[in-house]
Design a protein around this ligand. Structure first.
Ligand SMILES: NC(=O)c1ccc[n+]([C@@H]2O[C@H](COP(=O)([O-])OP(=O)(O)OC[C@H]3O[C@@H](n4cnc5c(N)ncnc54)[C@H](O)[C@@H]3O)[C@@H](O)[C@H]2O)c1
Length: 280
């Protein structure tokens, strides 16, 4: 087995980012572009994508793409290969969605939507771009899981299932790539101030704390502490340092530790802290 270099080449390399029309994806694209990376951006939201494209100085390829579309992902990879002004350095499979609903009365089509976008979108992205990275024997695949890929959270079952799956898929892929110079990185953000809840489907949240979708989005905005720009900085730095697993934000770091300390009882602690925060 060849030893991998301690850190992969990142700045100045072409970067692919899905879900680049908003939130973390947009901030990662802007940050990498500012570090000399040509960026190939995809999102199914054309308006958001155009806004991101307009905000970037430097080479951009922007393409409307539904990450659930396997053929579309293959066509996007071919377009990126033909366009890339610099060697392909990173592929961020970042697009994601969620639904807030309880299992007992869950709408199955919403669970399927979340699993399709969050898991199959990542799998299709990896399958489309991995051959390009293997052909050059360099580059990093960066798959976005969540802290909900480490802790289970009520009324987020489909989301947790998809994000635990992204973590498992990426960790297995990492082992499969051991004899190559291609890396697989998994990112676990905690709460980041984005449109993730606004863009979610809403049926009910745990213990009916939010009356409706707008209230849930407002509640999330008060809980999420990390800005997308800070998240992008942590992700960029982590990838550049050759990290395999990147925790984003102090809440992600604390919850990851809590799960190690109390693997079956962590939610008791979360529940207790939540009650204290609500009382204060
Ligand atoms: N914000 C958080 O607190 C948080 C926490 C943990 C993980 N994450 C993950 O980070 C990633 C980015 O989310 P965000 O917080 O920036 O949310 P966001 O809603 O602001 O951005 C997500 C982007 O993905 C795009 N998208 C959704 N479905 C798509 C599809 N089928 N095809 C193409 N594009 C699609 C949306 O249009 C949007 O532009 C997601 O995978 C999310 O699950 C977010």
């Amino acid at each position: 087995m060849r030893r991998r270099p301690a850190a992969p080449a990142v700045d100045g390399r072409t970067a692919v980012v899905t879900g680049a029309g908003s939130g973390i994806g947009r901030a990662v694209a802007q940050r990498l572009a500012a570090h000399g990376c040509p960026v190939a951006l995809a999102d199914w939201d054309e308006a958001g994508l155009a806004e991101t494209e307009a905000s970037i100085d430097g080479p951009v390829l922007a393409q409307r793409l539904d990450v659930r579309d396997r053929q579309g992902q293959m066509a996007f990879a071919a377009a990126v290969a033909a366009w890339a002004p610099a060697p392909l350095g990173m592929v961020f499979n970042n697009a994601g969605v969620t639904v807030l609903q309880g299992v007992a009365d869950a709408a199955p089509e919403d669970d399927e939507w979340v699993l399709d976008v969050n898991l199959h979108g990542v799998v299709h992205g990896v399958r489309a771009f991995l051959p390009l990275l293997l052909a050059q024997d360099a580059g990093v695949i960066v798959n976005t899981s969540s802290i909900f890929g480490i802790v289970g959270f009520p009324h987020q079952t489909a989301y947790c299932a998809s994000k635990f799956a992204v973590r498992g898929y990426t960790e297995a892929l990492r082992q499969e790539l051991r004899d190559t110079q291609v890396r697989a990185v998994v990112v676990h953000p905690g709460g980041v101030k984005t449109k993730i809840v606004e863009n979610a489907r809403f049926r009910s949240d745990f213990r009916n704390r939010s009356a409706d979708h707008a209230a849930a989005a407002r509640e999330f905005a008060t809980i999420a502490r990390t800005t997308p720009e800070h998240a992008a900085e942590i992700i960029h730095t982590g990838v550049a340092r050759g990290r395999s697993r990147i925790l984003v934000g102090p809440d992600a770091v604390a919850l990851d530790l809590l799960v190690r300390l109390a693997p079956t009882r962590y939610y008791d602690v979360i529940d207790r802290l939540d009650a204290l925060v609500r009382r204060s």
